[in-house]
Ligand binder design. Structure first.
Ligand SMILES: C=C(O[C@@H]1C=C(C(=O)O)C=C[C@H]1O)C(=O)O
Length: 264
């Protein structure tokens, strides 16, 4: 029997439209679900062949080629990448950053430093911990945990919105990648077709996710159609390059990396 293609993907609602169309390939594809910060290591260790990885990691590594036309992005409000603060944003002195994230941790540092002139003391955050009892001013949460948080108890900052106000550009959180030189015939088309099928089925997906997360169907559908975007066109590439420039200027990524798209 031919070896199955191993895909690594984040477990959050935002990624579901990208994999919905792959359900029909259970004989030839196996999906592994893991938090974004761990997927690059799995790819490097050859535990998987293709992965959705945090965009910052693409620039840190230099070892990957990006599958064209697909991303997890926002064009303004993202809803699921948020600072939850106990104090006004300008007064944050200690901030804990979701350990599951890499890109949004970098984005937090960029927005805090460049927009708010803040350099808080940063610590990692395990999202099983209790925020109200923790000795920190603010927490960055991403994904389903951020969606499920009660906004009323905190001052919040939506980082997709903050980025858009700052740059006028979309923000790219994650991209599908393969290791450079790892030729997987047909992978670009397979993942693009899957994305298109997922987007066509977004209503059904929102219903499934609303039950899983105990959120309303309307909220899930709005999130998957208005907040999260799945293209990687000219504007998103510009957003990605602009993020990379800010990241290098703060020492969060090495200089000299190029955007390389996967050919097959
Ligand atoms: C928008 C999101 O994008 C995610 C954020 C990531 C990060 O911060 O490293 C990585 C993958 C994406 O799934 C989210 O999960 O809320």
């Amino acid at each position: 029997m031919a070896k199955k293609l191993r895909l690594g993907i984040v477990p959050y609602m935002n990624a579901k439209p990208l994999i919905y169309g792959l359900n029909q390939y259970t004989d030839s594809i196996v999906l592994s679900f893991e938090v974004p910060s761990l997927l690059p290591t799995m790819l490097n260790n050859d535990q998987i062949d293709v992965a959705i990885i945090p965009s910052i990691e693409y620039f840190r590594s230099g070892n990957y080629a990006i599958i064209p036309d697909i991303s997890i992005s926002s064009y303004g409000t993202v809803e699921s990448v948020k600072i939850f603060s106990k104090v006004p944003i300008q007064n944050i002195r200690t901030a804990a950053l979701d350990k599951s994230s890499l890109t949004s941790c970098a984005l937090t540092k960029i927005i805090f430093k460049e927009q708010y002139h803040l350099t808080p003391y940063y610590t990692p955050w395990d999202n099983r911990d209790d925020i109200s009892g923790a000795n920190i001013d603010a927490v960055l949460l991403i994904g389903d945990n951020a969606m499920k948080m009660n906004n009323d108890e905190y001052i919040t900052l939506d980082l997709g919105q903050a980025w858009f106000e700052y740059t006028g550009l979309p923000f790219v959180y994650a991209v599908w990648v393969v290791k450079k030189g790892h030729h997987i015939p047909g992978i670009n088309k397979l993942l693009r077709d899957a994305k298109e099928a997922g987007i066509r089925s977004v209503k059904a997906l929102a219903t499934i996710e609303s039950q899983r997360l105990q959120l309303t169907q309307e909220r899930c559908q709005k999130y998957l159609t208005n907040s999260i975007h799945y293209n990687l066109g000219k504007e998103e590439i510009k957003g990605l390059q602009t993020f990379y420039q800010h990241a290098t200027s703060l020492g969060l990524a090495p200089e000299g990396m190029e955007i390389v798209l996967n050919k097959s």
